[in-house]
Design a protein around this ligand. Structure first.
Ligand code: SAH
Length: 371
């Protein structure tokens, strides 16, 4: 046999990339019964076992087949930072070297994991540091659920993660299939068993994907609104030029109506002098009139070279009271982990293929220091 015809072993299949349906299809394909899917899910996601030989309720022949053809490959935690308030931020490295950040936020009555969906982000929201690094690639299902797997392993059984928010790096609805499969695993009783109220997807408003989501996956929805007029939202969240407020609000109404979901959470970052006046609050109240809503005001978290300032505390409270008086449940997001840059909008990754830009920058800095 010459080298051109020699068969090359195909890359092993990563079982972490499958939700229950995917695993059932995989096992059907190799002539195994569907219940193998739930057995494997329990081993991986509940027992934390990634070695097929330790999966004692699988037949010996199946174990040896899986060892030969499959793998359970998680990303790796390469850095851990603990904030004074107990918030923990991990840099999680993917196999190709890209890194994203995952944040654990312990509270009195819940423990939330903030999960990333993409390396970088394509959306260029003007107040977000992730946007500054540009877009690199979508994370696979295994890389998304791998963040929950790793966090739960690291925290141990005494600190069970009770909530997941897809509010880390990236726009989850632009990585639709992988995010949906990962969220299915979060809610699967044979994996993490979180209720759909405790899994939240946050989107900048990818309208067609919001419609698709309501058909396949019943999770809580948060929408990054940040402005109540198209004119301002076009500047802050540029995807608004493609899916303007009229379309976005219709999609929100439909999402809230189609499932047993009670409301949409609207995120609204408080930017000094930009979107924080009482007139802005009045426009917002009008916009939300026919949508079952909650509003979450997010104090702006600064990052190097951000051109915005956070509204002062009195302005935020006044804005909240105004919404409240109009009958809208409004909360102010507590800033967590800001001493380790783990707060909203402060997450940055490591985008490998942008390295030439870094090198160029370093070279420029070196020459300016030398000069
Ligand atoms: N792309 C998704 C997921 C990101 S979630 C989305 O847009 O919803 C992160 C949340 O933090 C979003 O509401 C985002 O708009 C907000 N955010 C981004 N930068 C911020 C900053 N510097 N300060 C406060 N909130 C910020």
């Amino acid at each position: 046999m010459n080298s051109a015809t020699a068969s090359v072993d195909p890359a092993p299949i990563n079982l972490l990339d499958f939700d229950r349906k995917g695993l059932q299809a995989f096992f059907a394909g190799i002539g195994e019964k569907p219940f193998r899917a739930t057995q494997i899910l329990k081993w991986i996601h509940q027992e934390g076992v990634v070695d097929f030989d330790q999966m004692t309720n699988l037949s010996k022949s199946l174990r040896s087949y899986l060892t030969q053809h499959c793998t359970i490959k998680t990303p790796t935690i390469v850095e851990e930072q603990l904030a004074s308030d107990g918030t923990c931020k991990w840099a999680v490295q993917m196999h190709c070297g890209n890194r994203v950040e995952t944040v654990f936020i312990p509270e009195q009555r819940r423990a939330t994991l903030c999960v990333s969906s993409q390396v970088g982000c394509a959306l260029a929201c003007s107040f977000c540091s992730t946007a500054r690094q540009g877009f690199n690639r979508n994370l696979s299902t295994g890389e998304i659920i791998g963040q929950l797997f790793l966090a739960q392993q690291r925290l141990g059984p005494e600190h069970r993660i009770s909530n997941v928010v897809m509010m880390g790096m990236g726009e989850p609805l632009l990585n639709f299939d992988n995010v949906v499969a990962a969220m299915n695993l979060m809610m699967d009783d044979f994996a993490y068993g979180l209720s759909k109220r405790r899994v939240t997807i946050s989107t900048s408003g990818i309208v067609p994907a919001m419609q698709r989501l309501s058909e396949v996956c019943d999770v809580s929805m948060a929408v990054s609104l940040h402005a109540a007029s198209d004119e301002l939202r076009n500047q802050l969240v540029p995807i608004n030029t493609k899916y303007p407020l009229k379309q976005l609000m219709a999609a929100c109404r439909d999402y809230a109506r189609l499932g047993p979901r009670k409301h949409i959470t609207f995120e609204y970052v408080m930017l000094d002098g930009i979107n924080d006046t009482l007139a802005d609050a009045a426009t917002l109240i009008k916009l939300l009139k026919n949508v079952p809503s909650k509003v979450n005001l997010i104090p702006f978290n600064p990052f190097p070279q951000s051109n915005y300032r956070c509204s002062d505390a009195a302005t935020i409270l006044r804005f909240r009271d105004s919404l409240h008086n109009a009958g809208i449940v409004t909360t102010i997001r507590k800033t967590r982990g800001d001493d380790i840059d783990a707060a909203c909008g402060q997450l940055v990754g490591q985008v490998q293929d942008k390295s030439r830009r870094h090198i160029k920058l370093q070279a420029m800095q070196a020459s300016s220091h030398a000069g």
